[in-house]
Design a protein around this ligand. Structure first.
Ligand code: GYE
Length: 330
């Protein structure tokens, strides 16, 4: 009898163990020392592109973090701002049986099927920078990035301190990306609250300098009575500045049209110190060490935070200092 009980006990224990490791969560959190034949942890990284200074700093941060010396093999694929390239990259990572997939998604929607494939393959997915919308929250283990709506609200709070009546020109980032959605949402809330504010022209410049210039040229052809340009990243602001220079329209913190920008990259802050950009809201791209921390937690079988926002600040042309720019890591 005793023998039977203990045999039953062993079987039950084995069953519980098997069901724990076979569960969906177990698949997404290996908790093992997954590594390639050289003993390196293989990380497949699908990057949006190289559209901006922010993006290039983000790529650099990932490359500097995931080095062979530190025990990683980084496979980086640049999607040139195309979601279909990202989907293909993720499928390739699955085939290569990488240990982790890091995705910086170009847009929020459209990831369900490919992430399901990663989940079935048992490869944990970490989302970095922009967010995704999925039908199943277990398609990714963790996300780290910025609170884009808060960034928009920060810019709007500055506008509210400064202006009552406003004609606003709005250059948006990639439509459908979290950075665009949040920053646009922040502005929309400001316009809703302030009866004297009007958005007079709006278009998307895909976060690039070339498009920022093109759009600003067109705006100026249509409408010259603009008080504020709300520009959703530094590079598009650089393009807009070129167009303003060529169109000979006064702008800057000392008089004329005011430019608000996002990212606060070193080049963006130079333009802020020069008083060309009046207000620049920080967006921090140095996610490499943050993603590494998540991977290290997973390696130890720990559960990282599902969502982690980065702390950010903002810089005004009236208060920024040379020291702040020189201390900037990107
Ligand atoms: O603001 C922009 C880049 O997703 C936060 O993408 C990122 C944005 C950033 O191209 O410069």
């Amino acid at each position: 009898m005793n023998k039977h009980i203990s045999l039953f006990g062993v079987l039950l224990f084995a069953f519980i163990l098997a069901s724990c490791s076979g569960g969906d969560d177990g698949k997404n959190r290996p908790g093992n020392k997954a590594e390639n034949t050289d003993g390196l942890i293989v990380v497949g990284f699908s990057q949006v592109g190289a559209e901006s200074d922010w993006r290039r700093a983000n790529t650099r941060s990932m490359r500097e973090t995931f080095t062979r010396e530190k025990g990683y093999q980084l496979i980086l694929k640049d999607a040139q701002q195309k979601q279909e390239h990202q989907v293909a990259a993720i499928r390739d990572f699955i085939q290569k049986k990488v240990n982790y997939i890091v995705l910086a998604p170009v847009t929020e929607q459209g990831w369900d099927s490919v992430l399901k494939e990663a989940k079935i393959a048992g490869i944990p997915v970490i989302i970095m920078d922009r967010m995704i919308r999925t039908s199943d929250n277990t398609f990714f283990v963790s996300w780290v990035g910025s609170d884009f709506r808060k960034e928009g609200a920060t810019a709007v709070a500055w506008m509210e301190k400064t202006f009552k009546n406003l004609n606003i020109a709005h250059i948006q980032g990639n439509i459908g990306s979290s950075a665009q959605i949040g920053r646009t949402e922040g502005l929309r809330e400001g316009v809703d609250r302030n009866p004297g504010w009007r958005i007079v022209v709006r278009d998307s410049g895909d976060f690039t300098q070339v498009k920022g210039k093109e759009i600003m040229e067109r705006f100026l052809g249509e409408y010259r009575d603009i008080d504020v340009l709300y520009c959703e990243n530094d590079n598009m602001a650089f393009g807009a500045i070129q167009a303003l220079d060529e169109g000979r329209l006064p702008y800057g913190a000392s008089g004329g049209l005011k430019i608000i920008s996002f990212d606060a990259t070193r080049a963006g802050l130079e333009q802020t110190l020069a008083r060309n950009i009046s207000y620049n809201v920080e967006c921090n791209p140095l996610h490499g060490p943050r993603v590494e921390k998540i991977i290290q937690q997973l390696q130890l079988g720990k559960t990282p935070n599902k969502i982690a926002y980065v702390d950010e600040t903002a810089f005004s042309a009236d208060t920024i200092t040379r020291e702040e720019i020189d201390a900037r890591a990107y």
